[in-house]
Design a protein around this ligand. Sequence first.
Ligand SMILES: [Zn+2]
Length: 386
Amino acid sequence: MKLTSEKQMNKFHLGISLGLLLLVGLICFLTGRSFLSLHQEEPIFPSAGLTRQFRLSHYLPNLSHTPGDTRVYLFEGQEKGGNILILGGTHPNEPAGFIATVVLIENLKVKKGRIFLIPQANLSGFTHNDPFEANPQRFFLPARQGIRWFRYGSRLTNPVHQWPDPTTYTNPAGQKLAGTESRNLNRAYPGQPKGSLTEKVAWAIIQLIKSENIHLAIDLHEAAPEYPVINAMVFHERAAELAAMALMDLQMEGFDFRLEASPPNLRGLSHREWGDNTSALAVLLETANASHGRLKGKPSVALIVEGRDNNYVRAAKLGRLFVPYDERGIPLSRRVARHLAAVKTLASYLGELFPHQKVEFSDYPSPQELLQQGFQPFLHSPRQER
Ligand SMILES: [Zn+2]
């Protein structure tokens, strides 16, 4: 009798164990599938003004077929002029830079000079999203036809693509940093052709700047509202005059930028190493993004797109922030409008200071249009559907 009940108990435990095993297997399958889905690139629909689209490995062949081989878009005018490079997505959890470049790519027409755009500078960083931050994997914006999706990634290269991190990281410029920073593209300049994936990407970007004779290079970022270097225009010393002139115009337009000189001893950052290692004028722009701040409440798609968070309203009232912040928040459209306003003004003063480096472009939304109409009229669907 006792033996039978023991057998039944064993069967019962076996059943529970198999059930749990199946449940764990199912969770692994679903989370694995969700994780791998982040490797799918979001579609970008370039305007008819696009001259050529290619990959960054054009400048470093051994980057080819790696997760760092990101898309490059070239818009070339009929007339010769200056050359500008604009980077979004150096940090894939800072969507304003990424979306500003997408809006340009989908609307731009260049009359004079050339504009190179890299919307996802650290492409690997778009394939994961810091699980402990509980951020959504994607966010959504209204487009001309329907809704478009974009990935919200991580500040760092995916550890699946670059592992392990060293205990301390000495970057190619000789700066010692925490080990995780070895996966931060904006600490990896000037890069190394046979270095880590992140260093190869940095090296290829430097090669692009050199071989395409880039005159002005702009790196678009965002920062938490409690971070002191916010709403900033960080400039390499050779770009000081350009940045100062642009700043005055932007302030008159109602965009409150603050100028920050690139610290000469902070090595590996774009504004420092682009300026020191190439002849380009280098500028980095920051906007305020509540969705990657430390004070934020629950992460959500709405927080990324609308930039509204009650914790930040409270922090602003306590004087803890470095930007004005109220119940209206700081929406993505306003952050992208700031970036586009700065790009336009910097490009315009490049031509004023150096007439042979003039770049003329049109057909992209003005900051006012973006503020009033949002993204919908400026994000497209496949060309044949327009
Ligand atoms: Zn950044």
